[in-house]
Ligand binder design. Structure first.
Ligand code: ASP
Length: 623
């Protein structure tokens, strides 16, 4: 029986905000309010109180209802209120009555409760029912299949979405109003090009033809630079069919920008302005530096074992193989002539507490990758002044003393040493860098040290232009065994780097920069190759891409050839940026409809199996 659904309903004549602001001044006024029924309390047969939440679910006013005089049928508003399920949307016509702020337990201000007025119910228009097979109390956690209910029930998700919307507004405002950027939408139906990540294909009804969804608007934004657009920005959807490793989504959002006639510094200064505005307006940050510090990839990897170092943690890594006994070098791993690195992590003042902590850590699954490191396990020591040579006897007298001075050891400090091969860095981290993070995380989790505070920004630059290819990333599929570290459009940094392109490509530094905060990469960009000859050389001669693959980029070469100005840009990962700003663990917490770890949307149940009819339409056959 369709009892409550209405087609027409009365418009609201008042907002909860006005109730809160004007309060008792509105006494005796008649209003219509829209919202959701909350918990109800029947004080007696003829007196009912109910919470009434506004449509943001953030403000609440008390409804008071008594039987309407002379009406005793089932459609009396009093009876209706008593029959309504909590969470039902309704329009309430009522009279505002000033009230004394509730005292005692009831008065303990519930978030958003308006205490200066209540609403006497004159009429109720139920707008829809809330089914009684859905149980929703404050702490109910709904599965991903019921994302709508989780969003409705969890203010932290709704807050994140509101915060995200504000952040997008600030980004647009800063870039378009203050820095003369033009917001331009680029196509989502793009074509397959070996830019770096695996793509999603979109088959068409023309046999054998497919679009690809863009992994980023990179090529279109460079085309815009050749089109006489000086500064482009887009809050862009990007698609990558990657392993959904830690906290990646197959579709995600970037603040994507590009600037003509610009250098790396121009882009960095522009991004700093955006980031500082976001942090100031949304987080009230006051002490952000004028410009963010700059650190080379080489330095980040050697000092922090990561190309996205969390600078708040301290625990800098230093080489020590030159100062420790050869015996020890030979003992800590199978490598010939390794680099041996050391770091200290202050865990507790009492060495026994540190010992307890580290034993527990080494027994945990988190320690497994470090124990199984083919280059040797980490050597673990605890600085303990009650022990011979302060617990560092294997270092021998001289090295123990030197080490104590070098890294300022105090009782209870954890000292870690680790060997690695003596070769150039590649990739994003080293085992000792990962161990640095894992130990800090575990020490925070178990209450030994407090969580790191604040935001430590840094630019990382001077990445190698090329990295050895690996199986995990398809790269550009060239025959040289190399992949572009960033993407194949990134420019070598200096003329000297250009000279190395054909002779020693792994030594070529890129004009590539990443913005990192607290161990998280917020974004990355580069100055681009804007000469067609150079772009062809990199693709054909250095990466050794096949002629067929080269053809995929023919449009770009043609565009660069047409007097394309020098240009540089960057993209900020917008989901991650919002998550970092809000201190959320996962990007899923700041996306309305995130995909699961298997790339599924469990609410709408995507992806779906293709039907016979669809396969036929797109001229496809399943193997
Ligand atoms: N398109 C690049 C990316 O998605 C960003 C950039 O170079 O501007 O990582």
């Amino acid at each position: 029986m369709l009892t409550v659904v209405t087609v027409d309903f009365p418009s609201a004549t008042c907002t909860f905000q006005r109730l809160a602001e004007e309060g008792a001044k509105l006494n005796d006024q008649q209003v219509v309010l829209h919202g959701y029924i909350g918990t109800r309390r029947d004080a007696s047969k003829s007196l009912t109180f109910a919470e009434f939440h506004d449509m943001t679910l953030g403000a609440t006013v008390q409804l008071v209802s008594t039987p309407t005089k002379g009406v005793d049928g089932s459609n009396s508003p009093h009876t209706t209120l008593r029959e309504l399920q909590e969470h039902s949307p309704v329009a309430i016509s009522g009279t505002i009555k000033s009230r004394k702020a509730p005292s005692g337990k009831d008065g303990e201000s519930k978030a958003g409760l308006i205490t200066s007025v209540e609403v006497k119910v004159d009429n109720i228009t139920p707008l829809n029912a809330f089914p009684n097979d859905i149980i929703m109390s404050k702490d109910t956690v709904f599965p991903a299949e019921s994302r709508h209910l989780q969003i409705r029930n969890d203010p932290s998700i709704r807050n994140a979405l509101a915060f995200r919307s504000k952040a997008a507004r600030i980004v647009r405002n800063e870039l378009c109003e203050k820095h003369d950027f033009t917001e331009i939408e680029t196509p989502l139906l793009f074509k397959s090009t070996p830019e770096g990540a695996r793509e999603f294909l979109v088959p068409t009804r023309t046999p054998g033809l497919a679009y690809a969804l863009p992994q980023s608007p990179q090529q279109y934004k460079q085309i815009l630079m050749a089109s006489g657009i000086p500064r482009y920005v887009q809050i862009a959807k990007c698609f990558r069919d990657e392993d959904l490793r830690a906290d990646r989504q197959p579709e995600f959002t970037q603040v994507d920008l590009e600037m003509a006639f610009a250098s790396a510094e121009d882009v960095m200064r522009t991004i700093e302005a955006v980031v500082k505005r976001l942090w100031t307006e949304l987080l009230g940050a006051k002490d952000l530096p004028e410009t963010f510090p700059l650190m080379s990839y080489e330095k980040a990897m050697s000092k922090y074992g990561s190309d996205k170092p969390d600078l708040r943690l301290g625990s800098e890594i230093q080489p020590i193989e030159y100062m420790i006994p050869v015996d020890l070098v030979n003992k800590i791993g199978p490598l010939d002539d390794p680099i041996v690195e050391v770091m200290k992590i202050p865990i507790a003042e009492d060495p026994n507490d540190t010992r307890k902590f580290v034993n527990k850590f080494m027994d945990s699954p988190e320690a497994q990758p470090f124990i199984q490191n083919p280059h040797g396990q980490p050597g673990i020591f605890i600085f303990d002044t009650r022990k011979p040579l302060q617990g560092l006897s294997v270092f021998g007298f001289e090295a123990a003393e030197a080490l104590e001075d070098m890294i300022n050891l105090e009782d209870g400090d954890l000292v870690i040493i680790q060997a690695r091969p003596r070769e150039a860095f590649s990739g994003g981290s080293t085992p000792i860098g990962n161990l640095r993070l894992a130990l800090h995380k575990s020490a925070v989790k178990h209450g030994y040290i407090g969580p790191p505070q604040g935001f430590a920004f840094t630019w990382i630059n001077d990445f190698p232009l090329f990295s050895p290819s690996n199986d995990a990333e398809p790269g550009q599929g060239g025959a040289a065994g190399l992949s572009a570290t960033h993407h194949p459009f990134t420019s070598p940094k200096t003329a000297a780097d250009v000279d190395l392109l054909l002779t020693d490509p792994l030594q070529v530094r890129a004009d590539h920069y990443d913005l990192v905060v607290n161990g998280v990469e917020l974004g990355g960009g580069s100055r681009r190759i804007h000469s067609a000859e150079m772009q062809e050389l990199v693709m054909r001669e250095v990466l050794q891409m096949s002629e067929e693959r080269m053809k995929d980029f023919a449009h770009l070469i043609e565009v660069l050839r047409a007097g394309c100005p020098p240009h540089a840009g960057l993209a900020l990962g917008f989901d991650r940026l919002v998550a970092v700003m809000m201190g959320r663990e996962s990007v899923r917490d700041v996306i309305a409809f995130p995909k699961s770890g298997r790339g599924e949307d469990l609410l709408v149940k995507s992806p779906t199996k293709m039907t016979e009819g669809q396969l036929e339409t797109y001229h496809l056959r399943l193997r």
